[in-house]
Design a protein around this ligand. Structure first.
Ligand SMILES: CC(=O)SCCNC(=O)CCNC(=O)[C@H](O)C(C)(C)COP(=O)(O)OP(=O)(O)OC[C@H]1O[C@@H](n2cnc3c(N)ncnc32)[C@H](O)[C@@H]1OP(=O)(O)O
Ligand SMILES: O=C(O)CCC(=O)C(=O)O
Length: 387
């Protein structure tokens, strides 16, 4: 059952960056076909914007981005660019709708990465935004390392953005240090002097990327970056599937994304990236709708709302009830009944004992055929054999 708050706000627009920041995960490299297939699925399930790559990576990557553009002529596509004229011209030549012109904005990165004065860098930024505008591109200024930057410095960039015609600011928690409370305060503060589109780019180093994305939305962000299964630099970005489902569940904000298709998309991206989905990964992990504990299974059997927060059906999934060390009698009765065996109470106790021993030894739940075997050997065989 969705827990609705009184919070009312226009919907958030997802800019999914699986094909840019997601692919920056160490060792991940999508082929052209994979890039197109991922983009197509994202587009088809209703993700409105995609950040699809980095033209500066060279001719091969530009060809992939160009092919993607041709495959999805109506999709809203963005690429990431440095403050380099060649990158921006390339973005326009590739038919992109948006360009993210990135400026490392913290003192740390100005001094120790770009090694140029702030004045110099801001002049360059203004030139490159103007260039992008003259080429017909929409511009998002990517404020890299915004979470370690002074608010006053972000304000200067916001003023520059208004002067030069940039439509959006991206607030990047590049090193993943924010918590939801600070995120809320920072985005709210930025909102006081930036009236246009504001995009949150969260990293998951502390496991807070989804929470920070929600906090940013609540504080006034209009856009958010996500990646499928949370791919991205280091611990990755805010997972698309989590942001979509959490917005629905926590704020009753429906992004009109076909959530029942998310598990298949996650599976596809997992295979293409070579990154396995953890069994307990929220929403798409193999075991997140599987129940073993007696009290929980009993509750679910009586009414699934007893133990259902997220409805698995919204993801095209269903609850699975299994038997194991923590099972109770009602679970044993029900699971065996579903196999066609009606057990008496004393039989249930015998079965439970066997299952507990099995789980301890095997470190897993018994399969259906193993349960049938238990039944046969406990109640149909002349000699009892332990599972
Ligand atoms: C936070 C982020 O995720 S930003 C996106 C980062 N993504 C990637 O790095 C993946 C793809 N990267 C690449 O293929 C390459 O790094 C390229 C093509 C971008 C650049 O390659 P190279 O020219 O060989 O430079 P290299 O990667 O060694 O160093 C980065 C250079 O870009 C500069 N740079 C970094 N950010 C910016 C920026 N926003 N605008 C302009 N220059 C920048 C650095 O200062 C450094 O310049 P320097 O060589 O004068 O010191
Ligand atoms: O420059 C930007 O757009 C932000 C880039 C990014 O991926 C980050 O800072 O984590």
């Amino acid at each position: 059952m969705a827990r609705k708050t009184t919070f009312q706000k226009p919907s958030l627009i997802i800019n999914d960056t699986t094909l840019r920041d997601g692919e920056q995960s160490a060792g991940v490299a999508f082929t052209q076909d994979e890039k197109i297939a991922i983009a197509r699925q994202l587009w088809e399930i209703g993700v409105p914007e995609l950040e699809v790559g980095i033209p500066a990576m060279g001719l091969d990557e530009c060809r992939r981005i160009g092919a993607l553009r041709q495959a999805l002529p109506d999709a809203t596509l963005m690429v990431w660019c440095r403050m380099h004229a060649t990158d921006i011209r390339q973005a326009a030549a590739l038919g992109m709708n948006w360009v993210d012109v990135s400026i490392p904005i913290s003192e740390q990165m100005m001094e120790h990465k770009l090694a140029r004065s702030r004045e110099q860098v801001l002049t360059e930024l203004a030139e490159h935004v103007s260039l992008a505008k003259s080429l017909g591109l929409k511009v998002c200024i990517g404020c890299e390392d915004a979470s370690r930057a002074a608010l006053a410095d972000l304000r200067v960039v916001a003023d520059l953005a208004l002067r030069t015609g940039a439509e959006r600011l991206r607030y990047a928690d590049t090193v993943g240090i924010l918590d939801p409370f600070t995120t809320y305060d920072r985005i709210r503060a930025l909102r006081q002097y930036w009236p246009l589109q504001l995009e949150m780019h969260a990293h998951d180093d502390l496991g807070l990327a989804t929470a920070n994305t929600l906090a940013a939305y609540r504080a006034g962000a209009t856009h958010a970056n996500t990646t499928v299964i949370g791919l991205g630099e280091r611990a990755g970005n805010a997972p698309l599937e989590e942001v979509v489902m959490a917005l629905k569940q926590c704020f009753a904000t429906d992004l009109q994304i076909q959530s029942h298709r998310l598990p298949a998309l996650c599976d596809f991206v997992s295979k293409a990236s070579g990154r396995r989905i953890a069994q307990q990964k929220p929403l798409v992990g193999e075991y997140v709708f599987t129940h073993e504990s007696g009290v929980h299974v009993d509750g679910l059997l009586k009414d699934k709302n007893n133990y259902q927060g997220v409805d698995p059906a919204s993801l095209g999934r269903e609850h699975k009830l299994v038997l194991g060390k923590h099972s109770g009698r009602n679970a044993v009765r029900s699971v065996f009944a579903s196999l066609g065996y009606q057990l008496a109470n004393e039989q249930i106790d015998l079965v439970l004992e066997q299952i507990r021993h099995f789980a301890e030894r095997a470190k897993r739940n018994p399969t259906e055929s193993e349960l049938r075997w238990v039944y046969q050997h406990l109640f149909k065989s002349p000699q009892r054999v332990a599972l």
